[in-house]
Design a protein. Sequence first.
Length: 464
Amino acid sequence: MNAPAALMQSARTEIPGFAGSFTGPDDASYEETRAIYNAMIDRRPSLIATPADAEDVAKVVSFAAAHDLLLAVRGGGHNGAGLGSCDDGVVLDLSNLKDIEVDPGARTVRVGGGCLWGEVDAATGEHGLAAPSGIISTTGVGGLTLGGGIGHLTRKCGLSIDNLIEADVVLASGERVRAAADENPDLFWAIRGGGGNFGVVTSFVFRLHEVGTIVGGPTFWPVEQGAEVLSAYRDFIPDAPRELNGFFAFASVPPAPPFPDELHLRKVSGVVWCYSGDPADAAEAIAPLLEATPEPILHGVQEMPLPALQGAFDPVYPAGDQWYWRADFVKEIPDAAVEAHAEFGAAMPTWQSTMHLYPIDGAAHDVSASDTAWAYRDAQWVSVFAGVVKDQANADAIRQWTVDYFEALHPYSAGGAYVNMMMDEGQERVKASYGGNYDRLTQIKAKYDPTNLFRVNQNIEPAA
């Protein structure tokens, strides 16, 4: 019997009462089941366990620990570095944990650890409510939240972790615990930004905000005007009302409606807006940037429900493309950085490649660096460099552009990176991304996962 088959047999024998499913390399569904969002990552686990509930999750964690198996936890599978999978070990696939319970009166939502943000948006949007999330609705709730959670509502409502009230966690011991301000508070502190280092979160409870109709969409300028637009944006957004979120981007116009045919695939500089205040006030809020920049080639801003904006990028970035990410926290964007951005933005190697500058001020600054594991509360932006292409033959080109762009701008960074948008960049990079919180995280890691069972992640090593 080969090793994967033996592991499958052991799992079936040693995990009695498992209500979910097991998939191995010999199963017809294996290729589909092992696939993750980033096709550049091609890992072959020996066993994929898809639990039916939290009790099943605990059984798989205990099984992996007892056999000293490499264990990867997959929520939405979006992680750029492919940390929802592993070679030879066990993938714990949470995709069956889909329960969503909205309490409109309390303005909370309980979300299963396998949910995608689009599913949550649909449920909360029925009540005119929303939890702060990201910008692509196919992203998993678990991965985005545990790393921090930056998106369209950050300036008004804070990060996803700033709206997390409690979580149910399966520890490395197999024990199921609740993490909240009043129960296991050190664990609650650590999971708010510390990634999947401390356990498997089987459900989250988030605080919701009244967000009905928003005003959103892109404003595009020619890529050649990128430096001028970025300079104006840099000066404008920190003083804009919190209701106005807008991330700067270098991108190409998608070759599909609703974009005009004459703009398809044109390289542009732009801002993607989300105004979550009174729609009647949106134009006034955006006006100072439009007045400080040349006339745009497209101002596609309109009223829409928030889920429509959250899902707008889904067709542009389907699962199965080749991705290579880099990222940095940024406090200031000096003129030299603006010029470097303009140079690399104009040289995007494919139409899906992009650079985003996400603002992380406003409500995100109301929380101190020591209140959660997220350390860069004084940063103004997260810069994200993403090379994307469908054809594997062009993977080297997008990787090179991303690395070159990152290295040119890194001297202007705050030092660390947003862990949700890092590749495998080494332990020193992980330490830098947690700054002054890293030592405390290692102590909490030693308490809850002393053998480092949960290490297929941007790993926080347990203190000795």
